[in-house]
Design a protein around this ligand. Sequence first.
Ligand SMILES: Nc1ncnc2c1ncn2[C@@H]1O[C@H](COP(=O)(O)OP(=O)(O)OP(=O)(O)O)[C@@H](O)[C@H]1O
Ligand SMILES: [Mg+2]
Length: 270
Amino acid sequence: MTESSLASTATPDRDVPPLLSVSGVRKTYAGTGGGASTVAIDDLTFTVDKGEFVVIVGPSGCGKTTLLRCLSGLLAPTSGTVEFDGRTVAGVQAGLGVVFQEYTRSLMPWLSVRANVELGLHRLPKAERREQAERSLRHVGLVEFGDRYPWQLSGGMQQRVAIARAISADPRLLMMDEPFASVDAQTRTSLESMVLDLWVEAGWTGLLVTHDIDEAIFMADRVLVLSQRPSRVIEAIDIVLDRPRDQLETRASPEFQEYRRRITALIGQH
Ligand SMILES: Nc1ncnc2c1ncn2[C@@H]1O[C@H](COP(=O)(O)OP(=O)(O)OP(=O)(O)O)[C@@H](O)[C@H]1O
Ligand SMILES: [Mg+2]
């Protein structure tokens, strides 16, 4: 396959504004005790269209978590702007769901699984909160575990709780920071497929960051390849692979291998 045959066949509808618009975002962390400051991300610009599944892939430490924190309003960029649905993001925003990198730190150990999921629904009356939490737990296959505590569950199950919490409020955009990094390989592939099924079913827009090139290709409509820190987008690659994707067949296809070769080479050069 040639490089050009990997180009997108999709023609995005330019009349519809992007759901997320990131323009010239840069984040510098001040040094502590007179130490040097760290430029974590440098001039990042990209958009995410409604309904897309975009994956950002980049080496460890390149600034992926910093970027997601800026996009979700948890951290203010040093310069540049983030717009969600046409409005500048400043502070935590309704319609955005986030799954954090470390589920062990994002779930409250003193709350039951159900109460952890309900945390994302605090604005709703109690009965509705309960109903929506049950529905989310059912989606991730954990409805029988609502009364347990997170520490009574396996790592993969805990990450499913974190996903249930993020989807419980029906987000329009679900952002995920290395959501499968701390689980074993088999759990990881089943969680990847579960997230894709949920994406198709619920119709949210997906933005996932990972350092795993194969995972990026498997999940994405479009992969944004980041450089080493301070990160910038080296290239955006449309992934033209049939859906639904299959963990064995899709990954074994020559097209998949070619995407892997191309992205690995890009990351190696920067
Ligand atoms: N709160 C902070 N204060 C100062 N420096 C920070 C802070 N958070 C991150 N950094 C620095 O910013 C850079 C990017 O970190 P970040 O966690 O965003 O990278 P990452 O791509 O998510 O890494 P990983 O792949 O390991 O998750 C690193 O050099 C890190 O040391
Ligand atoms: Mg990170």
